[in-house]
Structures are given as structure tokens and as C-alpha cells.
Design a protein around this ligand. Structure first.
Ligand SMILES: [Zn+2]
Ligand SMILES: [Zn+2]
Length: 148
């Protein structure tokens, strides 16, 4: 973890950071993620280009963005955040829950610090993909249907 540099850092304080591929868009979260989830739905796969999309859930008011975070409305209720220069997929937002933001774990500076704890839409998993198969489904975490 990077030093805060203000000399008054409390031991329970965290600072989670990350950036897009070109570095134009960065985020800093002042609190640790509430959870980290592998999402197997087809919309997240297409949005990120990955065989699975792993997101860390944060309280929106703890996250600060710098740079030109662009938005694509991927459905009537959800949007995807990305870098308009390099195209990195950065986050997912669900309009009915603006108090939360889901940031792609692959853009974290230190993804090792935040292992996944759940799966979402496991029924849509690519057949040959086996990652963290032992983790439970995120039953209390319902994103919109991929087609909503
Ligand atoms: Zn970029
Ligand atoms: Zn998804």
C-alpha cells in the first residue's frame, strides 16, 4: 500500500488505487471493497473482454475518479465506465443503486490484496473456465438480469 504522506494515517485506513491501461483515468478508494465477485454474465464478458469479469464493490462516496471516465449505458438501468483513450473497462454502475460502484479488479494496482469471495451468474460460466469454483454464489447481491 502506498504511503498516505499526511503523517496522520490511522492503522485501519486503506487506500485502494488503480488505473486504466494508458493511465489517463485513475481511481482512489478511501475504504476497502465491500466484496469482490466474479461475474459470468454475457454482458460483463462483452464489456470487459474477459472470460470472467471480476468486480470489487465499493461505496460510491468513498471512490474518487480522476481523468475523463466515459460512460456507456449498457441497459436502461446500468452503465459501464471506461477510458475513452485506451478503452480499458473500469467499472459498472447500477442506476437503482447509485450508492454502490463496481470496479473491475484487473485495473487495481494491487489486485492480490482483494481476493474474490463470490460468483454471480455462475450458470452462464464458460464451460472450460475453472476459477475459484469453491466460492459461493452471491445470493444477496442481485444485479439486473443481463437482458433488463
Ligand atoms: Zn486509458
Ligand atoms: Zn455481469
Amino acid at each position: 500500500m502506498a504511503a498516505a504522506g499526511n503523517g496522520k494515517r490511522r492503522s485501519n485506513e486503506v487506500r485502494v488505487t488503480g488505473s486504466c491501461l494508458c493511465g489517463a483515468v485513475r481511481f482512489t478508494a478511501a475504504k476497502e471493497p465491500r466484496r469482490v465477485t466474479h461475474c459470468h454474465c454475457v454482458m460483463c464478458r462483452r464489456a470487459t473482454g474477459g472470460a470472467v469479469a471480476t468486480f470489487a464493490t465499493f461505496a460510491s462516496d468513498t471512490v474518487e475518479w480522476t481523468g475523463p471516465l466515459a460512460r456507456y449505458d449498457s441497459s436502461a438501468r446500468a452503465w459501464r465506465g471506461f477510458c475513452p483513450t485506451c478503452g480499458s473497462s473500469l467499472c459498472f454502475g447500477y442506476n437503482p443503486r447509485p450508492e454502490r460502484i463496481y470496479i473491475t479488479l484487473g485495473v487495481f494496482d494491487d489486485p492480490n490484496a482483494w481476493p474474490a469471495g463470490f460468483h454471480d451468474y455462475r450458470e452462464a460460466r464458460i464451460d472450460w473456465l475453472h476459477v475459484d469454483d469453491h466460492l459461493p454464489d452471491a445470493k444477496d447481491f442481485r444485479k439486473p438480469s443481463p437482458r433488463s
